[in-house]
Design a protein around this ligand. Structure first.
Ligand SMILES: Nc1ncnc2c1ncn2[C@@H]1O[C@H](COP(=O)(O)OP(=O)(O)OP(=O)(O)O)[C@@H](O)[C@H]1O
Ligand SMILES: [Mg+2]
Length: 321
């Protein structure tokens, strides 16, 4: 089963993927359909940096010449969509061009019944994905930190799942339960089990192994002992829970300042932007670049990555440079 058939099985109404969608998996057309590589920002923990990272990743990929679609699934907050609105306004006001992903937001509907609202949201997500998946090289999805069907569906579509995590044992507790005395691993949490089951599901659907990447966010220069302990524990847990650790971002005020202008750290030296560039900003920009490199992303344009072919999207391995 390829990714579109997967979408069909998961969405409540088949017709969502009806008109205009190339038939995949059947006939000679299948080899000419290329889909985008999907990166999901997900973590059950709120405020861990999902939207900030989604924004920086999207802009970094456009900057590298890729066509990028973005979906803001966090209908209530719409941080990513708002961030990009601010960016468009900033570019307009300054009369400059800034690299922009093609964004779709999924706001809450005015349906009162929870089930209708859920189905409507899933349908609109399907439509957004369907609009973006064949037009772009990458689709970046900002998934809200909630435990619901849409979050589970969203995770199952990830080719790469990036989970930003604040550098604290409170955040780690949402990934793994540890013995308070010895620090030994006790059991996975609801979230890591959910990721595990979506990976299993995905692997049976199209053979893809979701590349789960945890990035530490808001690293501070103080509390070096805690920082080192977190690094050790995260590395030790990685093979057990099936993720890899990527370089993260330090705690920096600039992240909060950039939102209103719709800018990322990669924009500071662009003509017309005129933002002061300190040593700290340079270091932060390098952190973003390091993260992007560590994700080893590239377009799914090998034969094995085409929809409907054997071994489609063999995941991290085909995405890895
Ligand atoms: N490295 C960082 N340094 C300083 N502030 C940061 C950093 N990363 C994110 N923030 C700030 O933390 C807040 C939460 O970040 P963000 O909105 O990206 O998290 P989120 O995981 O998307 O949150 P939510 O779960 O509410 O959607 C924002 O104000 C953001 O500017
Ligand atoms: Mg968010």
């Amino acid at each position: 089963m390829n990714i579109l058939e997967q979408l069909r099985t998961q969405l409540p109404h088949d017709h969502i993927l009806g008109d205009g969608i190339p038939e995949v998996g059947k006939g000679p057309k299948k080899k000419s359909v290329r889909r985008a590589y999907i990166i999901v920002l997900g973590n059950i923990k709120g405020g861990s940096g999902k939207s900030t990272t989604a924004m920086h990743l999207s802009v970094a990929l456009v900057d590298r010449g890729y066509r990028v679609g973005a979906i803001d699934l966090d209908g209530r907050q719409q941080t990513l969509a708002r961030y990009l609105e601010n960016r468009a306004a900033f570019a307009r006001n300054r009369g400059i061009e800034l690299p922009m992903p093609d964004i779709r937001a999924i706001p809450p509907s005015n349906l009162t019944q929870a089930l209708s609202e859920r189905n409507s949201k899933i349908q609109r997500f399907g439509r957004a994905l369907e609009e973006l998946i064949f037009q772009n090289d990458f689709v970046v999805i900002d998934c809200p930190g909630s435990d619901d069907l849409i979050a589970r569906i969203c995770h199952s579509f990830a080719d790469t799942l990036v989970s930003p995590m604040n550098d604290s044992f409170i955040d780690l507790d949402l990934i793994a339960r540890l013995d308070p005395e010895s620090g030994e691993f006790l059991r996975p949490t609801w979230y890591s089990e959910m990721v595990w089951s979506q990976r299993k599901r995905r692997s049976t659907i199209d053979g893809h192994r979701i590349d789960w990447v945890i990035m530490r966010n808001r690293l501070t220069h103080i509390d070096a002992h805690n920082k080192r302990r977190m690094a050790t524990v995260l590395q030790d847990l990685a093979p057990r829970l099936g993720y890899r650790v990527a370089p993260g971002f330090c705690e920096r005020v600039i992240y909060r300042e950039l939102f209103h202008k719709g800018l990322t750290l990669l924009d500071l030296t662009r003509p017309g932007v005129d933002m002061p560039l300190s040593m700290s900003h340079l270091a932060a920009r390098q952190e973003v670049r390091n993260l992007v490199s560590s994700l080893r992303l590239r377009r799914l344009d090998e034969p094995s990555a085409f929809l409907g072919t054997e071994g489609a999207g063999t995941g991290a391995s085909t995405a890895a440079a």
